[in-house]
Design a protein around this ligand. Structure first.
Ligand SMILES: Nc1nc2c(ncn2[C@@H]2O[C@H](COP(=O)(O)OP(=O)(O)OP(=O)(O)O)[C@@H](O)[C@H]2O)c(=O)[nH]1
Ligand SMILES: [Mg+2]
Length: 318
C-alpha cells in the first residue's frame, strides 16, 4: 500500500503542499483577516464567513453546518482569528477523515489492476507516472499500459515516464484497439509476476458515448481474464474545473463505476475546498492529490495535513 507515513521527503512534501494550496489558503486567509477585525463574533460575521466558505467550494450544506456550530459555541463571545482557523481546520479534518483512504495494493492480486479514467487534460497520464514512481520506489514491480490509443502523443507521453522510471510499458499503434491491448497486457502481466498494472485511457474520443463504450469494453475484457479486475477505478479530476468536477464524477460513476478519486492541479485553484463537497456528495475516497507537475508533487491524501494547510495553520513536525 502507499505508505502514508513515509518520512522520505516528508518535509519537502509539506512545503510543496503549502505552496500548492497557496491560492486556496490565501483566499481563505485574506477573507478571514477582513472578517475578524472585530473581536466579538456577531451574526453578520458568521454570515460572511458562511459566504466565504461557500466561495471556496466547500459546499453550501457543509458551510452552513460549520458556521452554525461556530455560532452555537462562540456567538457574542470574543474570538481570535487563530481560534477560528483552528475551529475550521478541525471541522474540515473531521469531514474528510472518512474519505482520506490510501490506495492499498495487494500483492496477492498478481497484478493489482488499476484503471485510470477522466476527461482529457485532467492529469491521468501524469498521475500514472507519479504513482508509478511512488510504487517503484517502494520495491513493487509496476507496469504501464498505454491504453489511450486515440492519440499518438498520448502513447509517447507515457513512454517518456516509463523510460525515465525504468517501468515496462505495453503499447500498440495509434488508433489501435485499446481493449485488445489491455487484454494482452493483463495476460502477460499475470505470467511475469507484475505487482501493479496501471492502465492509462483516452480522455477524449469522437464523442462522449464513444469514450464510455471504449471504457466499458476495457472493463469487460479485464473481467474476462479475471473477474475481480479492475481492483481500482481511479477517476482523475482537475480541481480547477470547480463545479464541473461534480458533473464528471456523476457521469463516470454512472457509466463505468469509480472506486476512488485523485484531485490534480490543486496548485492552480483557490477553490481547494471542492474536495470536501466532492467526497461527501459522491461518497468516494480521495487517494491522492497533485499540487504540481513534477513526480514529487503527488502524495497520498491526509485529512489533517490538507485541512491545516488549507486554513493556513502550520503543520506539526514529525
Ligand atoms: N500544475 C499542475 N499541473 C498538472 C498536475 N497534474 C497534471 N498536470 C499537467 O496537466 C496537463 C495535462 O496532464 P495529462 O497527464 O497529460 O492529462 P491527461 O488526463 O492524461 O490528458 P489526455 O491524455 O489529453 O486525456 C499536463 O501539462 C500536466 O503536466 C498538477 O497536479 N498540477
Ligand atoms: Mg493522457
Amino acid at each position: 500500500m502507499i505508505d502514508t507515513n513515509a518520512t522520505l521527503e516528508k518535509n519537502g512534501w509539506w512545503s510543496r503542499l503549502k505552496q500548492g494550496l497557496r491560492k486556496s489558503s490565501d483566499k481563505l486567509n485574506d477573507g478571514l483577516k477582513t472578517l475578524f477585525i472585530r473581536k466579538k463574533l456577531d451574526i453578520e460575521t458568521i454570515e460572511e464567513l458562511e459566504e466565504l466558505l461557500i466561495l471556496s467550494d466547500i459546499g453550501v450544506e457543509t458551510a452552513a453546518k460549520f458556521t452554525s456550530k461556530l455560532a452555537k459555541e462562540k456567538l457574542d463571545k470574543d474570538v481570535t482569528i487563530e481560534e477560528v482557523k483552528q475551529f475550521l481546520a478541525t471541522q474540515i479534518e473531521t469531514e474528510l477523515t472518512p474519505y482520506a483512504v490510501p490506495l492499498t495494493i495487494s500483492k496477492q492480486h498478481c497484478p493489482h489492476v488499476i484503471l485510470v479514467i477522466g476527461v482529457n487534460g485532467s492529469g491521468k497520464t501524469t498521475t500514472i507516472g507519479k504513482l508509478g514512481k511512488l510504487w517503484r520506489d517502494q520495491g513493487l514491480k509496476v507496469e504501464f499500459v498505454a491504453g489511450d490509443t486515440f492519440r499518438a502523443a498520448a502513447v509517447e507521453q507515457l513512454q517518456v515516464w516509463a523510460t525515465r522510471l525504468g517501468i515496462p510499458i505495453a503499447t500498440t499503434q495509434a488508433g489501435g484497439d485499446a481493449a485488445g491491448l489491455v487484454y494482452n497486457a493483463l495476460e502477460s502481466a499475470k505470467k511475469n509476476g507484475c505487482d501493479v498494472l496501471i492502465i492509462d485511457t483516452a480522455g477524449r474520443l469522437h464523442n462522449k458515448a464513444g469514450l464510455m463504450d471504449e471504457l466499458k469494453k476495457i472493463v469487460r475484457v479485464l473481467k474476462k481474464l479475471d473477474a475481480h479486475t479492475p481492483h481500482d477505478v481511479l477517476l482523475v479530476l482537475d480541481a480547477t474545473t470547480g463545479q464541473n468536477a461534480h458533473l464528471q464524477t456523476q457521469t463516470f460513476k454512472e457509466m463505468i463505476g469509480v472506486t476512488g478519486l485523485v484531485l490534480t492541479k490543486l496548485d492552480g485553484t483557490a477553490k481547494g475546498g471542492v474536495i470536501v463537497s466532492l467526497t461527501k456528495k459522491h461518497n468516494l475516497p480521495v487517494h491522492a492529490i497533485g499540487v504540481g507537475e513534477s513526480a514529487e508533487d503527488l502524495r497520498p491524501f491526509t485529512a489533517k495535513d490538507f485541512a491545516n494547510t488549507l486554513v493556513g495553520l502550520e503543520l506539526e513536525e514529525g
